[in-house]
Design a protein around this ligand. Structure first.
Ligand SMILES: Cc1ncc(COP(=O)(O)O)c(C=O)c1O
Length: 377
């Protein structure tokens, strides 16, 4: 079926569902991936189709280290990197290796809702820690440590999903100190770190692996294509050794070995960097279109802070508003959003909603928000 779009959450034709947290089709670079695949297969050696070494192909890890060194503006070494099947798989592996069923973990309130199921799969108890404009509240972590001993803290430090904000550098460093003093790990989901549209975000937790407390998750889903199912973990050598010791890796070797050969070409020939520059330009335009449309239609009835990167706006209404039942009504108006409570660890945040500016062009974003306005009359 040529041109068929099949993905989780595809809306009916004509609907502009700003709840979808995925890139638009025009930003999925088929030519770039075709050329990279071609140049890999033109010279492929038989052993490159065999199992890969547990941590991932060494040439890929060297290219990735150079790419991250440039992107983070700080030295990243190949021997701190481990190939994953994306951030979700990295999170699943971290939950398996660094926690036991019944353990407590700290998770931001709100947080990426699909991570909750991964934690539940591993029998982990979630304790929510609030975020504010400066990101994760380190003072509340400190307070909660009096009654809990978490195996790890799960955080989305840059361009939060759904909140959009960045945790400040001061707080990041303080949280690493707390993790060291209280012996827990920081599982930092840094999938949006390179999607900055104005100034650079604070340093990635990936640059703080020397603490021995950091497990930083990265992914090509947001900067190249989710279908590659390729990402990485950046961590200290000791923690990397523990990640590699699992039965799944022992049996199957490097995760998504062939994808890593293809993505290596995109790093080495510079096409990934040009693609990310284009994403930054396009997403910045969409972000500004969404901000302007919100000002036009939602001033005085909702609050939001314009994010500086990532995919999302988090919009807050009066406490009397419950956004969940409005989703059906939104569908009837051929628009859509994600309700706030979906992202809550405690079934709260009913008065909030999340909008994504990655999946539609600027005109559709303006139209989708205009259609939403009557829901709040
Ligand atoms: C915070 C966060 N983590 C993980 C993912 C999924 O990443 P991946 O495709 O690398 O598994 C997403 C995608 O929406 C996300 O927003």
């Amino acid at each position: 079926m040529s041109g068929a779009v099949t993905f989780d959450g595809a809306p009916p034709p004509g609907t502009i569902n700003l709840g979808i947290g995925q890139p638009s089709a025009d930003l999925l670079p088929v030519d770039l991936v075709r050329q990279a695949s071609q140049s890999f297969f033109d010279h492929a050696q038989p052993l490159e189709l065999n199992y890969g070494v547990p941590q991932g192909d060494e040439r890929f890890l060297a290219s990735l280290a150079a790419f991250l060194t440039e992107g983070y503006g700080a030295e990243v070494a190949a021997d701190e990197l481990f190939v994953t099947g994306g951030s979700s798989q990295g999170l699943d592996l971290a939950s398996l290796v660094f926690a036991r069923p019944g353990d407590t973990i700290f998770v931001e309130e709100p947080s990426y809702f699909l991570a909750f199921q991964i934690f539940r799969d591993h029998g982990l108890n979630i304790v929510g820690i609030p975020v504010d404009d400066d990101g994760l509240c380190d003072d509340v972590i400190q307070r909660e440590l009096k009654s809990h001993k978490p195996a790890f803290l799960y955080t989305i430090p840059s361009y939060h999903n759904p909140g959009g904000q960045c945790t400040s550098e001061t707080r990041r460093r303080r949280i690493v100190e707390l993790a060291t003093q209280h012996d827990f790990l920081i599982v930092a989901d840094e999938v949006y770190q390179l999607l900055h549209y104005y100034d650079m975000p604070p340093p990635a937790y990936g640059t703080m692996t020397a603490s021995g407390r950091v497990v930083s998750l990265g992914s090509f889903s947001k900067i190249l294509a989710p279908g590659m199912r390729l990402g990485w973990i950046q961590t200290s050598t000791d923690l990397r050794t523990r990640l590699m010791a699992g039965g799944f890796i022992n049996s199957g070797g490097s995760i998504n070995h062939i994808s890593s050969h293809i993505v290596r070409q995109t790093i080495d020939n510079g096409s990934l960097t040009s693609h990310i520059e284009n994403l930054r330009r396009v997403y910045r335009g969409r972000l500004e279109a969404m901000d302007a449309a919100l000002h036009e239609h939602f001033s005085g009835i909702a609050n939001w802070t314009r994010p500086d990167g990532g995919y999302f706006f988090w919009v807050q209404f009066d406490d009397s508003v419950d956004t969940a039942p409005l989703r059906d009504k939104a569908r009837a108006l051929e628009t859509g959003f994600q309700g706030g409570a979906t992202f809550s660890t405690k079934d709260k945040l009913h008065n909030c909603l999340r909008l994504c500016f990655a999946h539609y062009n600027e005109a559709d974003i303006r139209e989708g928000i205009a259609r939403m306005r009557p829901l709040f009359d």
